[in-house]
Design a protein around this ligand. Structure first.
Ligand SMILES: [Zn+2]
Ligand SMILES: [Zn+2]
Length: 218
């Protein structure tokens, strides 16, 4: 949700250079992987991770991606992202750490799913964040839970919202920007009402662009 450019500058040239050569080979027809990493303070429901993984795999398999959920990791290594005055975690810190994990795993993309509340400079909160140069994305379930808004728990609604945010941030990872179509998953969510209004998939135009960026489709 934050312009990728501001993060790229901070990430330094060395990472960008290393990834540039990697991106040159991304168009080759070879198995590719998206890894989902639960980053847990209290709990991230496995059912939600499974729903995200299934939807992502369903869509991205046409680009030869498979999806894997790896065992949860603790929020502890991310505590430097914590702002005690806000009671929230700075999103970009997750992207850097996740990018390191991605390089170690030798995969194309990593998606962190956390239960802590995220923010970025200039924004009260963010549902998620991504950076195409780092190949990493993070989403927070905190404000996707109906109970955050004083409503009853609803696992199906939570899964649907999480799928939308995951597809949105992965779209950014693969180079998509925000879309004007309010039903497209790449539409910017300013509030949970925007998230609920949009669909779980890319509009025709965004999907075409994704095909160009990912090089080929089965
Ligand atoms: Zn966005
Ligand atoms: Zn679109």
């Amino acid at each position: 949700m934050v312009p990728a450019e501001s993060l790229v500058k901070k990430s330094g040239k060395s990472i960008a250079t290393a990834l540039a050569s990697e991106n040159a080979t991304i168009k080759e027809k070879r198995p590719r992987k998206i890894v989902i990493i639960p980053i847990v303070a209290k709990s991230v429901e496995y059912e939600v991770l499974k729903a995200i993984g299934a939807h992502i795999e369903d869509f991205y398999s046409k680009f030869n991606f498979s999806t894997k959920i790896i065992p949860k990791i603790s929020i502890r290594p991310f505590l430097e992202a914590y702002n005690e005055f806000r009671g929230q975690f700075l999103g970009r810190v997750f992207l850097y750490r996740l990018a390191t994990i991605r390089v170690n795993l030798k995969v194309e993309a990593v998606l962190g799913v956390t239960d802590v509340d995220l923010y970025e400079s200039g924004l009260n909160f963010i549902f998620g964040l991504a950076n195409p140069y780092l190949g990493s994305a993070i989403i927070s379930l905190h404000r996707l839970k109906p109970e955050f808004y004083g409503n009853d728990e609803d696992d199906e609604l939570l899964k649907e919202r999480a799928i939308k945010e995951a597809m949105h941030e992965l779209g950014h990872v693969f180079g998509l920007e925000h879309c004007k179509d309010i039903k497209c998953v790449m539409h910017f969510s300013n509030s949970i009402a925007d998230t609920d209004l949009k669909g779980k998939n890319y509009c025709e135009r965004c999907e075409k662009e994704l095909e160009q960026k990912l090089g080929w489709a089965k």
